[in-house]
Design a protein around this ligand. Sequence first.
Ligand code: CMC
Length: 443
Amino acid sequence: MNYVLPELETLEPVEGEKATLTLPDGRQVDLPVLRGTHGPKVVDVQKLYRDTGYFTYDPGFMSTASCDSSITYIDGERGILLHRGYPIEELAAKASFIEVCYLLLYGKLPDAGELAAFDDSITHHTLVHEKLKTFLNGYRRDAHPMAVMVGTVGALSAFYHEETDVTDPEERDLATHRIIAKMATICAMASNYAIGQPFVYPQNDLDYAANFLHMCFSVPTERMQVTLVQARAMNRFLVLHADHEQNASAATVRIAGSSQANPYACVAAGIASLWGPAHGGANEAVLKMLEEIGTRDNILMFLKRAKDKTDPFRLMGFGHRVYKNYDPRARVLRDSCHEVLDELDKRDEPVFALAMELERIALEDDYFVSRKLFPNVDFYSGIMLRAMGFPTEMFPPLFALGRTVGWISQWHEMIQSPNQRIDRPRQRYTGAPIRNYVPLEQR
Ligand code: CMC
């Protein structure tokens, strides 16, 4: 059955559309107004400084589009997420992660031959250099896997620097296939390292999602039998995390890459940006919060704390910078989460029962309802990944695994853009006025 597309206004280009800005000295300046396919029109301020001496001011990029992009579209008010025009709900239901990778990278759904060739290439790049193991073994036994990922993915730049000319499309493509393939292996290595298990080599007869589960949960003495529900849940998790337009980590990869830096190092920068609890660390924070809440009896007390502006506690896995409606990814992952809990017979385990109760109470609470604070994708991913047996600190690396294709697609788009130049934000200087150096003895 075909998914019914929500209605979205498609904008037509309008020649010569302008916005007029009046400056404090009375000068008026005409600024071009640009239109995308969908979404708000944008006022082009690129020449504002050159023409007037004024910068624009927008900390946190609340109203600023930093680039043109044709990869992903989000309508946060209506809870719509499209990749290359295709709704996330349809992709999550029907596409394999590898198909979505192809779509994000090359802008179209692959035909059978293209998909087979792409899949074959990714499959045959999953092995990592044996020396990388030596590098990884240098980490402390209890290192956070995200620290391991930042360092190890960054280290790939040492293994592949000479063959990575970012101005050469073929070398860019090779680097892309390597990153997508090796990310799964490195992520599984970080998972094994965290629990003191030996590294498990990839298996070429498994698809991307199943192979990843195999590398995480098999041991040399026993191969994991990946079930259909687990493989489907992992595939969905990866599809749902594949891209999310200009968020903190994607913008980081673009900024790092804008200096034409090595792409593996740029992806490592993206992983670093993703780590924080306001971004990719939220799924881990959800589980930590559930552990802190402990029992159902404490839910109301923690909800009270979440509403108290003097208390730093926030309900992790609720709210989103862009979605002021339901996160469409959350709706899909909620189903997978329930499928996994049922298959593994974990629905009644205390931490999962607590999560479901918290979800129910928060969705009926006026504070959360009036602010449109719904469970986001991290709420369900945290619960699902825990049920599948991943250690809590592995949740952000799993997010990074899914998001790698988005980062690298954004990187490709940035490098190929005719407007590409080094990113260099401006600032409003609020420091000390100009003054002379004071010798030490006079201070
Ligand atoms: N718990 C309690 N109150 C909240 C929460 C929350 N999780 N999120 C937002 N609020 C309140 C906020 O205090 C504000 O209240 P008021 O209007 O009274 O001042 C109101 O809701 C509006 O929120 P906001 O400050 O405009 O939201 P934001 O866009 O600045 O922040 C957020 C978005 C995701 C950082 C925030 O909702 C949050 O910290 N959530 C918890 C962490 C989390 O789950 N993050 C994962 C996001 S999804 C992953 C991804 O896509 O990267």
